[in-house]
Write a protein that binds this ligand. Structure first.
Ligand code: C2E
Ligand code: CA
Ligand code: CA
Length: 494
């Protein structure tokens, strides 16, 4: 890991050095272009002494640039005039293959050329400009680019500035040993690029620098990971253990949330929602344990315990209201489990009545075998219960559950009911869901109704059956009986 970190670090360093170098050279070329325009304006005849004097003045006015050269088109092609006399270029210096055009014409070019100066052969980078008055050249010194790469790096790198025709302008550094990587970074403005090679040794050196830090970080990350995994395991182990014990002790009880026909205020049913009631009376909501229960077979035992409890808790309401239904929640894997459906059938055989029960199947979790699910739905329906699609529109079902499963009720999720609060006049998804359910002749229950306004807006869209904190929160058995009695006495007194 540390090696790769060092490798990436070195690569980033190389790239950023190359980019800096490019912008430095770009800048030099910008200046050269500007000065060449000015050079074209000076008076020049034939490299006589007034000409050379003017060139000397020009040089002193532009000391930050390089050597300036000028030639008249009438003069011999390879001979240029400088402040100190004539300079003669090597014969192939201006051959087409040796020049790199700046733009489309050959009026402005870059060239690496050899030239003779007072008997010595030298080589340099020139920018040329065929102006309206004469031909102008500037020698661009790039020696100062050495400062871009510190001494330490020179032994590990080999960096070149090259024109796009392949001519090498400058070489910085050299290294022996194995090549690790090579990059090329192009200037966006001028026809040149930086070619940089890096030695394997540089990464090893970097590794030495960062190793102590990365080792410490890796150890800390490792310790942290072990700690997180262990504590997660501990929590899980103890929770599963506790849940097992609590199922033994029958500590899972249903709470009941009314489902109201908002057009007349009648309670048409309830949803049974499981709560874990600990020995000390603490009530724990399903968010803390339902996932763990559903991961194991325990969920089946809990559902059966709830059914038995429901029959006892609301026998009074069932007896008085023949169309009243209590729905329970089951997870898709329960619906797909033959063993669980067998257990429900056995319960029916010993006298449990499913005629006033509903089964809510959530769309939040996936069904793996739709055909099996449909088969078991038919088995459940033959026991007398209805099937409801819970959390419709939030999960896996899409429209396939609605089309392929024999569902009786669609429960519209709180998420869509909430949209009535935000944009009451613009609830396209909610409206589409309602229309689809109506078209498929399913009954609709809206969940999570929290305000009078939401309730009213749902009524105006034809959704009469509603459930939510606006009417009542889920409550224990004795309270739901009280609630029912209260509702009945209120309605009779009206
Ligand atoms: P769910 O089936 O969607 O149940 C509705 C949840 O929304 C309930 O949370 C209920 O208390 C809450 N709720 C109802 N009206 C409102 C409202 O107006 N505003 C807000 N903010 N919330 C409202 P609860 O009881 O905590 O149940 C959570 C989930 O646990 C249930 O979601 C259901 O998926 C699962 N669950 C509950 N009981 C069982 C069970 O016996 N078996 C299985 N497999 N899952 C269960
Ligand atoms: Ca539900
Ligand atoms: Ca729901």
């Amino acid at each position: 890991m540390s090696y790769y970190y060092a490798y990436f670090d070195v690569k980033i360093e190389m790239k950023s050095d190359a980019e800096q170098l490019i912008s430095y050279v770009d800048n030099k070329f910008d200046i050269a272009t500007h000065y060449l325009n000015e050079l074209d304006q000076i008076d020049y005849q034939e490299c006589n002494s007034p000409d050379r004097l003017r060139l000397t003045h020009f040089l002193f006015e532009h000391l930050d640039a390089g050597l300036f050269l000028v030639r008249n088109s009438a003069e011999p092609p390879l001979t240029y005039c400088s402040f100190g006399g004539k300079i003669i270029f090597e014969s192939s210096a201006w051959a087409p293959q040796n020049i790199t055009k700046l733009g489309n014409s050959t009026d402005r070019v870059l060239v690496m050329a050899e030239y003779q100066w007072r008997g010595h052969w030298l080589k340099g980078l020139f920018m040329g400009y065929r102006g309206s008055n004469h031909i102008n050249l500037i020698n661009i010194p790039l020696r100062d680019t050495f400062s871009f790469l510190d001494d330490e790096n020179k032994a590990f790198r080999h960096t070149q500035i090259r024109l796009t025709n392949g001519q090498t302008v400058l070489t910085i550094g050299h290294f022996k040993g194995e090549l690790l990587d090579r990059i090329r970074v192009y200037s966006q403005k001028y026809p040149f690029y930086i070619k940089a090679d890096i030695a394997k040794l540089r990464v090893l050196e970097k590794l030495q620098q960062i190793l102590p830090i990365t080792v410490v970080i890796s150890i800390l990350v490792f310790i942290g990971l072990v700690f997180v995994i262990r504590s997660w395991y501990n929590v899980r182990e103890t929770l599963v253990y506790q849940l097992n014990k609590s199922v033994e002790k029958n500590e899972f009880k249903p709470y009941y949330q009314p489902i109201i026909n908002a057009s007349n205020g009648h309670m048409i049913g309830v949803e049974a929602l499981v709560r874990w009631i600990k020995a000390d009376g603490t009530v724990i909501p399903p968010a803390y344990f339902i996932h763990e229960l559903e991961q194991s077979e325990l969920i089946n035992r809990v559902t059966l315990q709830l059914l038995v409890q429901i029959e006892r808790d609301i026998a009074l309401i069932f007896a008085k209201e023949p169309f009243f239904r209590c729905s329970i929640n089951i997870a898709p894997q329960q619906l797909e489990s033959d063993q669980f459906i067998d257990q429900l059938e056995q319960l029916a055989e010993v006298g449990f009545s499913f005629n006033q029960m509903g089964i809510e199947l959530t769309e939040r979790l996936p069904i793996t075998d739709l055909a099996k699910a449909q088969f078991n739905i038919l088995r459940l329906k033959s026991l007398g219960c209805i099937i409801e699609l819970d959390d419709a529109g939030t999960g896996y079902g899409g429209t396939s559950y609605l089309q392929e499963l024999s569902l009786d009720v669609v429960k519209i999720d709180k998420l869509f009911v909430d949209s009535l609060e935000v944009t009451p006049d613009n609830t396209p998804v909610l409206d589409a869901q309602i229309q689809m359910a109506q078209k498929l002749e399913k009954a609709i229950i809206a969940e999570g109704v929290e305000t009078a306004a939401q309730s009213k807006l749902l009524l105006s869209r034809g959704v009469n059956y509603q459930q939510g904190y606006f009417f009542a929160k889920p409550m224990p058995a004795d309270e739901i009986i009280e609630y029912y009695k209260q509702l009945n006495s209120d309605q009779q007194s009206v």
